[in-house]
Design a protein around this ligand. Structure first.
Ligand SMILES: O=C(O)CCC(=O)C(=O)O
Length: 344
């Protein structure tokens, strides 16, 4: 902390930032003498420093703060233990690609252990794989009105503020806008545009099949998201409140995944969005953050457990579907660590 804050003769005139600094360090376990010495070296008189520290440790709030700080420190150690293991010699540095297991195996290996994976044999069997594409969308749905997000490059947080970017245009116009904008992040149909709830696009549902033992007996359009955009569309690092699968049908997407234990991604996060962008040439140090980075190919299905951070960049014209419905309850709406951290 800079030493630009004037000292005074009593508690009342010690700058609030130094008062906060002193309280925080006492709560975190610094000794009275250490805090007093630091205040004095910052220009606070010895008398004022002693009075301030004595008043702070006398306050009932300090004993609560100390208890909470040690509980947080203990939890951070638990998380570090988990991270150290996942970053140790046995660590998986690439995501597992495998056939979709039966429900019991999926639950044991992936759901219960919060372990992402790419399943390689589900989407490959979809009729969509030989059908979907720019030409097919034009042929079947050119005059259908669809909701999309436009002007994503004009604001800082297009995904958090997606509502203000909504436009309804024909599929023909949407595809023309993609052609005009690509490669860029300006025009994107995202899951929140609820494309698959639109009756005119319902024929797309006939082109998809999800194994019923894992995903339930029928497709649930309001739990399915359609993502259509050109190369350059970008979803920033965020986590979801549900487990999901991202099914890649057309084009490739680069995906970066980090586990929920990487709590440094929460510092300064807003809602479910992190400030961290590993694409920056010099990304801000996010501490020990194990990052799985890979390209999701057409025909692949990525399982993303709730809480896992993910960032997605389309490398080509791309069509994906994400599914949030499983054959068992899937709702972790309570999982909002960013909000808990800010006490809201
Ligand atoms: O494909 C994208 O741009 C984002 C996908 C995503 O965030 C998800 O499936 O949860």
């Amino acid at each position: 902390m800079p030493l630009d804050i004037s000292a005074g003769e009593s508690i009342a005139v010690v700058h609030p930032r130094w008062r906060r600094w002193a309280a925080e360090n006492l709560a975190r376990g610094a000794t009275l003498a250490q805090v007093e010495a630091e205040l004095v070296s910052a220009g606070v008189t010895e008398v004022a420093a002693r009075e301030l520290v004595a008043a702070l440790v006398d306050d009932a709030a300090m004993s609560v703060a100390r208890e909470l700080a040690s509980r947080v420190a203990a939890l951070e150690l638990v998380l570090r233990l988990r991270l150290d293991r996942s970053a140790g010699p046995q660590a998986r540095t690439t995501i597992e690609r495998t056939r979709m297991p039966d429900a019991a195996t999926f639950v044991a290996r992936h759901w219960e252990t919060s372990t992402p994976a790419i399943f390689t044999d589900v989407v490959t069997a979809w009729p969509a794989m030989t059908r979907w594409g720019r030409a097919d969308l034009l042929e079947r749905f050119a005059d259908v009105d669809v909701e999309i997000c436009v002007g994503r490059c004009t604001i800082d947080r297009p995904d958090a503020e997606w509502r203000s970017l909504r436009r309804t245009v024909s599929m023909r116009e949407f595809l023309a806008r993609i052609d005009a904008a690509s490669p860029a992040n300006d025009v994107y149909m995202i899951a929140r545009n609820a494309g698959l709830c639109r009756p005119e696009l319902a024929p797309l549902l006939d082109d998809m099949v999800l194994p019923p033992d894992v995903f339930g007996p029928a497709l649930v359009p309001r739990r399915l998201g359609l993502w259509i955009g050109g190369a350059g569309t970008h979803s920033p690092m965020h986590h979801d409140l549900d487990d999901s699968v991202l099914c890649q049908v057309v084009g490739r997407k680069r995906v970066r995944l980090a586990p929920p234990e990487a709590v440094t991604l929460l510092d300064g996060s807003r809602g479910v969005y992190s400030w961290w962008d590993p694409r920056d040439p010099e990304p801000i140090d996010a501490g020990p953050t194990p990052l799985l980075e890979f390209v999701l190919e057409p025909g692949e299905m990525l399982y993303i457990p709730s809480g896992w951070w993910h960032q997605v960049d389309a490398l080509d014209f791309s069509i994906s579907v994400n599914a949030l419905h499983f054959a068992w309850p899937n709702d972790h709406a309570w999982y909002l660590p960013g909000r808990a951290l800010r006490g809201r």
